[in-house]
Design a protein around this ligand. Structure first.
Ligand code: GLN
Ligand code: ZN
Length: 767
């Protein structure tokens, strides 16, 4: 019999219950025990949904982030919160988001740095290794959850993040080698594993996605050292790798003294034979055969074709699971009422993926005939998708074949364009702007909901949004910003908004995926060839521009970000899909320009996270991604200023590619890393203009004038003042107006001080 299990289940709940529970708790409307009770309910229902599996995961649930949970589990808590009052949960949220429930700005601390979990759009809180880092294990919460599951009659396989990965993804606040911490970390994990023995578990899943990245020899040695030290417990250990191939770590992974290895059979399919051969015959091999990163049905018959011989070979030693945690897919397709029935029949969310797993297990255990009906209907659906005229559009294919190199080039080089743009735009020193969105207020969301539910007419909705745009403009004028934005009230999300208007795209109603903490995104779904039936943003931008004399930025999402934040087709390459998107957004750029919009921002917030996990594959990705951006942006005239925005705290290694995008202005996230990332500009002479984000919009804290001045001065040491802009580090949609106004006010005060200083310096120099 093959064993079925799951690596992790989405935590947010079918209807985003976790988000609601968190946000009402943070606002002080509910108590800590209410929050914990909601968490119990969610876990219970998730285990229920997974009850067909041989093992359900425990420890995959989290109130904010599983990496932060691991830090707390290991008693590895930043010193800045250690002595603050309140419970562990208060401290947990302080590290997560700068403040606990109901805390006022005066008692906040800086939130932990957030970054993407491998190549996903899930953000974790980066473990901080300090000079005096020490661990002090506290397994109570995890043990409690295991007992909770046992009390509900579940057979559990708890999951923790492994020491190698934890150390690898953490950040050392000083320059010493992180591996110096290996010994104390191993000691902590040993303690943790000892503590888990009391729960009577049979298996423990230890996630080591670091094994699919390039590991230096000393890190490979560390992996062996870790698992040698963790041997000999009363339960067995399954090390889970996912998101990619093991490559240079394959032999190592097979030789670890563990009881089982999980391999991502989607991305590392080519390695299965080698792993099966190298893995000791006393170890189980768990194959992640159902894609945990996409939403397409699996071609079950084809999967069985290659699984059956493996099953013959491995027998009981074969386990089946999704390729990775299902955290990255929506919860339940059955919630969807509005999806087109064809498209819906090709889709598969977390719950359905587990059904597929059961079908595969049934067919392996009892023969295909035992699952005949499910397999036949799966075959029919796979065929209908492959042949559907809704998917394959000859006119899009033709447009693609007409792309030529000149479409990717601006008319003149930056220096010449800059002169024209200066004359046209007449911006002051350190032009001030924002990244696009203003608060998505309750009223805005209510209007959108009413409109969707037919309670508000299209015209009334339009009027309500226009009023919001007008309000945003009044506020920006009152603040004295130089380059305005319309505020994006009409956009539910920067990608979904475009997905709703492009052909080849569809949206789900409840297809939410956690991005960070309580923030969820609903990636739209690309199912067919992409085209733009009509302009998508021009009317909003023109309306906004009609209300002000100041320049208005047209606001678009770039093709790479749309791609990276959508669920994409698995029947053509990402590069191909990206080009289709580029052509569609290029049409929009040109229409905005025609409508008299002189500044167009094309957000590529997600360009970096699309980088493959292995450096050897980076150049190929960057080649097609940057080309797609250039095709999108570079059809405009010299006097039109192209901006792009990126929210990363780390792009040192791709700065060359970013410069190649040839945007006139880039705005970037810097504040959380204290402008540390600007170090790259010491060596790399970035030729165009830059707006380093001067404060962290993820936190509700109001930045001080002094902190902004200090950050800009750091920037000025690397980039001449003439090429600097001043702006927050990302869009303001998640903030409230009472947070936004004082923050921007401080930003503008800082700007005044900087301008005054600059003038003074100039006079000193000329004297
Ligand atoms: N223009 C978008 C906004 O302001 C950019 C968001 C982002 O970079 N994530 O909301
Ligand atoms: Zn951003």
């Amino acid at each position: 019999m093959v064993t079925t299990h799951n690596l992790g289940f989405p935590r947010i709940g079918k209807k985003r219950q976790l988000k609601l529970a968190l946000e009402s708790y943070w606002q002080g409307q509910t108590s800590q025990s209410d929050l914990l009770a909601s968490a119990v309910e969610l876990r219970k229902s998730h285990w229920q949904l997974q009850s067909d599996l041989d093992f359900v995961p425990v420890g995959d649930f989290s109130l904010y982030d599983q990496v932060l949970d691991t830090s707390f589990l290991l008693g590895h808590i930043p010193s800045r919160v250690r002595d603050l009052p309140g419970t562990a949960i208060d401290n947990y949220f302080r590290v997560a988001r700068g403040r606990s429930a109901n805390e006022r700005a005066s008692c906040c601390v800086s939130a932990g740095e957030m970054t993407k979990w491998f190549d996903t759009n899930y953000h974790y809180i980066v473990p901080e290794f300090e000079v005096n880092t020490h661990f002090s294990v506290n397994a109570e919460t995890l043990i409690h959850q295991i007992e909770e599951a046992h009390a509900q009659g579940r057979k559990t396989k708890p999951v923790i993040i492994g020491p190698l990965t934890y150390l690898r993804i953490g950040k050392s606040k000083h320059s010493t080698d992180k591996l110096d911490l290996l010994v104390p970390l191993i000691k902590a994990y040993k303690e943790l594993l000892c503590a888990l023995e009391s729960t009577g578990i049979e298996w423990l899943q230890i996630d080591e996605p670091a094994l699919v990245t390039e590991l230096e020899p000393e890190w490979q040695a560390a992996a062996m050292e870790v698992y040698q030290a963790l041997q000999g417990r009363s339960f067995k250990i399954l090390v889970a790798t996912y998101f990619g191939q093991l490559q240079g770590n394959l032999k190592l992974a097979c030789e670890l003294p563990i009881d089982g290895l999980h391999l991502d059979a989607i991305n590392a399919k080519d390695e299965i034979t080698d792993v099966a051969a190298l893995l000791g015959t006393d170890k189980i091999l768990s194959l992640g055969v159902i894609n945990g990163r996409n939403i397409w049905i699996n071609d079950l018959n084809t999967t069985l074709d290659w699984l059956e011989p493996l099953h013959q070979q491995l027998g009981e030693r074969l386990w089946l699971a999704p390729s990775c945690s299902l955290l990255h897919v929506p919860v339940d397709l059955d919630s969807e009422q509005e999806l087109d029935s064809d498209v819906k029949s090709w889709l598969c969310f977390a719950v359905q993926k587990l059904d597929e797993l059961s079908t595969l297990a049934l067919a392996l255990n009892n023969g295909r005939s035992a699952a005949a009906a499910a397999l036949a209907s799966n075959r029919a659906l796979i065929e209908s998708r492959a042949n559907s005229p809704r998917v394959h559009k000859p006119e899009v294919q033709n447009a693609l074949s007409r792309i030529n190199d000149s479409m990717a080039k601006r008319q003149s080089r930056y220096a010449l364009r800059a002169v024209e743009q200066r004359q046209k735009l007449k911006l002051p020193l350190y032009p001030s702007t924002t990244i696009g969105s203003f608060p998505q207020t309750v009223a805005i969301r209510q209007s959108r909901r009413d409109f969707r539910q037919g309670k508000l007419s299209a015209q009334a909705y339009q009027l309500a949004m226009e009023e919001e745009v007008a309000h945003c403009i009044r506020e920006q004028e009152a603040l004295g910003l130089d380059v305005l934005v319309h505020g994006e009230p009409e956009r539910n999300d920067m990608v979904e908004y475009f997905g709703e208007q492009l052909e080849g795209y569809t949206s789900s109603q409840f297809g939410w995926v956690q991005s960070y903490g309580s923030r969820c995104v609903k990636p739209p779904i690309i199912y067919g060839d992409i085209s733009r039936p009509k302009p998508m943003t021009v009317a909003w931008a023109s309306y906004a521009q009609s209300l002000t004399e100041k320049p208005m930025k047209g606001m678009l999402t770039g093709p790479v970000t749309i791609l990276n934040w959508s669920f994409v087709r698995d029947d053509q390459s990402r590069a191909q899909t990206c080009l289709q998107l580029a052509l569609a957004i290029r049409e929009e750029v040109l229409d905005l320009e025609k409508a008299g919009i002189d500044i167009i921002q094309i957000d590529e917030a997600a360009l970096r996270e699309g980088l493959p996990l292995r450096k050897t594959q980076w150049q190929d990705y960057l080649n097609w991604a940057i080309r797609a951006f250039r095709i999108t942006a570079n059809g405009v005239g010299d006097a039109t200023q192209i901006h792009t925005h990126m929210c990363y705290s780390d792009f040192n290694d791709i700065i060359g590619a970013i410069a190649e995008m040839d945007a006139d202005v880039i705005t970037i996230e810097t504040s959380r890393s204290d402008m540390g990332l600007l170090d790259v500009f010491d060596e790399f002479h970035y030729p165009n203009q830059i707006g380093p984000g001067v404060y962290d919009i993820h936190s509700p804290n109001i930045p001080t004038v002094a902190s902004i001045v200090a950050l800009m001065e750091k920037a000025e040491q690397r980039i001449p003042a003439e090429r600097l802009w001043i702006n927050p580090d990302c869009g303001l949609k998640t903030r409230t107006w009472p947070e936004v106004i004082p923050a921007l006010n401080n930003m503008l005060k800082a700007r005044e001080l900087l301008v005054a200083k600059h003038r003074q310096n100039e006079t000193v120099q000329t004297e």
